[in-house]
Design a protein around this ligand. Sequence first.
Ligand code: PHB
Length: 405
Amino acid sequence: MKQESEKKPQARRREFLKQGSALGGLAAIAGVPGLARAQSSGPVKLGLMLPATGTFAQLGSAIENGLKLAIDEKGGKLGGREVEYFKVDDESDPAKATDNVNRLVTRDKVDVLIGTVHSGVALAMVKVAKDTNTILLIPNAGADAATGPLCAPNVFRTSFANSQTGYPMGKVMAERGIKTAVTISWKYAAGEESVAGFKDAFTRGGGKVLKELWLPFPNVEFQPLLTEIAALKPDAVYTFFAGAGAVKFLKDYQAAGLKGRIPLYGSGFLTDGVLEAVGDAAEGVETTLHYADSLDTPKDKTFRLAYVKAYKTQPDVYAVQGYDTGLLLAQAFDKTKGGVDKPALIRAMETATVDSPRGAWHFSKAHNPVQDMYLRKVVGKQNRVVNIAIKQLDYPPADRCKMSS
Ligand code: PHB
């Protein structure tokens, strides 16, 4: 028999849906106690695999806060059932990822897997989710492949694809008449794909990338590369860094005397969740992202007030992604009335519109959000909206995912 991951996507989807229905049906007819119980009573088990330590620790905590806020707003329940959380610190370490995710699936037998921040870790989660037919919701990691060539009926992303956040910045910079750029980032999926998305739009608009500079993740020895940027004298710099790495990069860019001399741009992770820590090093930096601090919509205002009340700190894009994961689960479990029948949950999610603080969004055929991408500018401690850079962006093209619907 073929391994699950070797089968054609269509066949896999058919089998996935068949298995789910057959199990549900058998349980109902035969009254199989374990299966029947899993469908309708006891707590819904959510497996959270997020970083609690390392470069992305703060991002993991914001996602968890956001998720729990949305579920707490539903009385701590999903579809009327209590929720039980199972947690693993993934340390943003791809080498430990398979063991970590197996703990949640095999030991804890969670109904839904939620994770994670780091793209390399998320790809290991995708593999285990596919091999074990477990529903996976990705609340950050942008690895394009998760909703591209590796897409699956049971894998959904509530955040973004890495290249989706870089593409709008390339468009904006080219439209401004910027002719040359140097890129600098970590050399792993997130950095490479963010830069690729940027480059796609920037070069289409007539821009030229003079050089791509790279560091291994999570290295923050920026100095030699900043010296190289000064020597190359591009019109602008495009970057992907996030979390503690973004804080250090912004400070080093200023300390190297480049701030104000060579304009710095990036996907919005460069300036999200870091403004308290960077002083004035980020002031004026423009980025593109699917959220901003000053959207001022009724939904965003209510969310921000509730978040500050619950956690005594301002929310950021990661908190929104966690919150939206909770909103999505609440919507899906309401539809199934608390049932964990996979085909029903999948259908409910595929047809959902999430009324998010970032603006309403829905899933593409590949299960990645189709959403507005904002141009933002740092003013004080806020990522202020400048305008919508691209409306309802579905990128990278969903046809890289061969999943029949
Ligand atoms: C990723 O690894 O996909 C990643 C990590 C941190 C971010 C964004 C993307 O802020």
